[in-house]
Design a protein around this ligand. Structure first.
Ligand SMILES: *Cc1c(COP(=O)(O)O)cnc(C)c1O
Length: 350
């Protein structure tokens, strides 16, 4: 495909209004859409995985960041600032490095997955760890709005949603149409972006947009429960959010698409996280597995037979090695550096 690797701003230039800003790219988008034999068999549906961990910084956040940074450069901004559960900061600091900007990231102390923090450090971000939650960090960031050199690149930045909607375009370009989209929900920007993408594209490409199925972690399920959660808690740090910034637009996406939102437990998330690796060879981060866990849970009640479903696998498993160590580790067999011992270990019954 001639368009591969050119980035979403070039590929979908007719669908994103940059208002005169010069398009930039780090090769985001064009992520794999893989048929899951395992999940298809479990649900009776044709289930596809949209592997967003293949974006430049390892999560879907790059699709939105490229638009936000493109606009920031047009406005001559010098500093990108975001509150982050990890992936927004990894993405912002990567684009800042490439395009000559400073990045300052505000994170909840002790609650960021190791790999994401390592990325921000490697990209040279200024890292500010507050003794509060993600929601506290976002409240501080909102107050920086009038600083003239600063561009806030959280998903309250409308350009982020514009970029993230392109994943919906790619799914339709590949599959023509789907019946359901399964997606983890934290700040609810992504579910809103997908819905925007499906709606815009459906009027051009003549297909019915899918029902949106959102999934929150049980300890961080404000939309499911209909109230702000003061101390959200889940192993899936990327969706550990108690007061989603895009709550309202997510509600619209769910209502307009005839979709629904549900919660899954941490145990269900971990089970799907391990199974996705062991049965599909896809290494994702825990938040990404929430959508898979949710699909499996719903399939016990809803008839998905012969439906076409896409699960958004939002981020790369390498970002969170501690969760693997804890829940997906296996034995390491010590052996002398000799053929016989190595063969013996290979053939040992587990
Ligand atoms: C940000 C993120 C989410 C949640 O997306 P929202 O737009 O905040 O709902 C889910 N998974 C991963 C890996 C993320 O980085």
């Amino acid at each position: 495909m001639i368009n591969m690797g050119i980035g979403i701003l070039h590929k979908y230039k007719d669908h994103i209004d940059l208002d005169g800003a010069a398009p930039i790219s780090m090769g985001e988008g064009d992520t794999p859409l893989i048929y899951s034999d395992y999940l298809s068999k479990e649900t009776g549906a044709s289930v596809y995985l949209k592997i967003e961990g293949c974006n430049p910084s390892g999560s879907f956040k790059d699709r939105g960041m490229v638009v936000a940074v493109c606009k920031a450069l047009q406005k001559n901004k010098k500093i990108l600032v975001c509150a982050s559960t990890g992936n927004t900061s990894a993405s912002a600091s990567a684009y800042a490095a490439k395009f000559g900007l400073t990045s300052a990231i505000i994170i909840p102390s002790g609650n960021i997955a190791k790999g994401k923090l390592a990325q921000a450090m490697a990209f040279g971000a200024k890292i500010i760890a507050i003794d509060g939650s993600f929601d506290d960090a976002l409240n501080i960031v909102r107050k920086l709005e009038n600083e003239s050199s600063i561009e806030i690149v959280n998903s309250i930045n409308p350009h982020r949603i514009e970029g993230q909607k392109t994943a919906a375009f790619e799914i339709i370009d590949s599959l023509g149409s789907i019946d359901y989209l399964c997606i983890p929900v934290g700040n609810a920007g992504n579910i809103s972006a997908y819905w925007k993408g499906f709606k815009e594209y459906s009027s051009l490409k003549n297909f019915d947009p899918p029902k949106m199925l959102g999934f929150q972690a049980e300890g961080a399920a404000p939309i499911v429960k209909g109230k702000v959660i003061d101390s959200p808690d889940t192993i899936a740090t990327a969706i550990r959010i108690g007061n989603p910034a895009s709550w309202k637009s997510a509600g619209i996406a769910l209502a307009e698409s005839n979709g629904s939102i549900h919660s899954v437990t941490d145990d269900e998330i971990i089970e799907s996280y391990v199974n996705l690796a062991r049965k599909d060879g896809v290494y994702c981060e825990p938040a990404s597995a929430a959508g898979i866990a949710g699909l499996l849970k719903l399939s016990k009640k809803v008839d998905f037979n012969e439906k076409k479903i896409t699960c958004v696998v939002t981020g790369n498993g390498l970002k969170d090695p501690s969760t693997s160590e804890k829940f997906a580790s296996t034995n390491i067999y010590p052996a002398k550096s000799e053929l016989s011992e190595v063969l013996e270990a290979i053939n040992k019954k587990v």
